[in-house]
Design a protein around this ligand. Structure first.
Ligand code: GMT
Length: 374
């Protein structure tokens, strides 16, 4: 098939999923056209069957704000027509679904391009609920030829929050299990934990919804019992506050802020435990990537996380904000080698058995077939 893919190309799970999906589909012989305002950050090399079309917003004295949705629709029209797309798959509904709808209408008569929209998270749980976007979001979903959600939780939220009657297929996120894999002697481990300390890790975009401060509070309790370090990867609005908190708690030497990093798999492989204390999380791709490396995850019970992490099996789940309990779980695992090894294996096995590209990509292909034949 000839497939267009639109996503947010910068840091963020939806862009990662969209890019990895495009790469996997290209490997299987599909022709993939990414349409976005920047090259998706995991598309950092030449890949056969993959093309990239940049959306230029341009400027004009009248336009105080860039006209991104229109520019995107315009670029979609070009790619739909000149590359003869069968389908366009947009990731994160706002504003991608409505831009795709507009492009499809313009192309009508020339060709029938199907629209698939994948709902990822705050497009449904936060941004879409704002009065400015609510009607657009609902329209974009209803006008899509096929809609998928990354978890059962997100599907239910969509149907109830927006009183929508629409078939939504749950297709979970996936991970490259050959890239994200356990490593016996992880390269940088002794750089971060030179004296054999345990290494806790968290990766995110440091938005308030991630509650990164809770990861620091959990670590502060854990380190009183166990010599350990906390590795924080990523950047965003809460970073300064997190650095301040680490200084206030007097643990700034043990909390290592690495900022944005590319070689995430290697860094995860250095660690022992992944912390994800989020306020809201429709899936938790970061947790899945950690599990694939063999890290048990300690998370909150929010959103789709319980669909990824099994409590007392591949990790532990606590209430949002219950840092004491999360710390207790962490200490429990880090002081019981036998239990830790079982959890670590369960985490890797879950990623391989339920969330590998081999399992999930064919689900998208089957969905595309269904949509194009409807
Ligand atoms: O929805 C967002 O806040 C952004 C989005 C993204 O682009 O990173 O994250 C969501 O999509 C990811 C990929 O499907 C999920 O793993 C995240 O759980 C989800 N984030 C939230 O629900 C907060």
């Amino acid at each position: 098939m000839k497939i267009g893919i639109t996503c947010y190309p910068t840091y963020g799970g939806s862009g990662v999923v969209a890019t990895e999906l495009g790469i996997e589909l290209a490997k299987k012989g599909h022709e993939i056209h990414f349409i976005s305002y920047a090259i998706p950050f995991r598309l950092n090399r030449f890949i056969d069957n993959v093309f990239y079309h940049e959306v230029e917003t341009g400027t004009y004295p009248l336009f105080e704000f860039p006209l991104y949705s229109d520019a995107l629709a315009g670029k979609m029209v070009e790619v739909m027509m000149y590359e003869n797309l069968d389908l366009i798959h947009v990731h994160y509904a706002i504003p991608h679904a409505t831009s795709a709808y507009l492009a499809k209408q313009i192309c009508k008569g020339h060709q029938d391009v199907k629209i698939v929209t994948t709902l990822h998270g705050t497009d449904i749980t936060l941004v879409g609920l704002e009065p400015t976007y609510l009607h657009l979001l609902k329209f974009g979903i209803l006008q899509s030829d096929g809609v998928t959600a990354v978890s059962r939780f997100l599907k239910e939220k969509t149907l109830t929050n927006y009183s929508i009657e629409k078939d939504i297929e749950v297709i979970p996120n996936f991970v490259d299990i050959d890239l994200y894999k356990p490593e016996e002697s992880a390269a940088f481990r002794c750089r971060f934990a030179p004296n054999g300390e345990k290494l806790l890790i968290h990766t995110s975009n440091f938005r308030p919804v991630k509650r990164v401060q809770d990861a620091i509070k959990v670590f502060d309790i854990v380190k009183k019992d166990i010599p350990s370090k906390l590795l924080l990867i990523g950047d965003g609005p809460d970073r300064s506050e997190c650095e301040r908190l680490a200084r206030e708690l007097g643990i700034e030497k043990e909390v290592i802020f690495l900022g944005k990093q590319e070689g995430l798999a290697q860094l995860l492989a250095c660690a022992d435990l992944f912390l994800l204390p989020s306020q809201s999380e429709s899936f938790g791709l970061a947790a899945l990537e950690a599990m694939a490396v063999g890290l048990p995850v300690i998370s909150t019970s929010t959103g789709g996380l319980p669909e990824v992490i099994s409590h007392n099996h591949s990790g532990f789940i606590a209430e949002i904000g219950d840092v004491e309990r999360m710390a207790k779980y962490a200490v429990d695992l880090l002081t019981n080698e036998k239990k830790y090894k079982i959890f670590s294996k369960n985490a890797r096995d879950t990623a391989v058995d339920k969330f590998s590209a081999t399992k999930i990509v064919p689900m998208y292909e089957a969905f595309y077939e269904k949509v194009t034949n409807s």
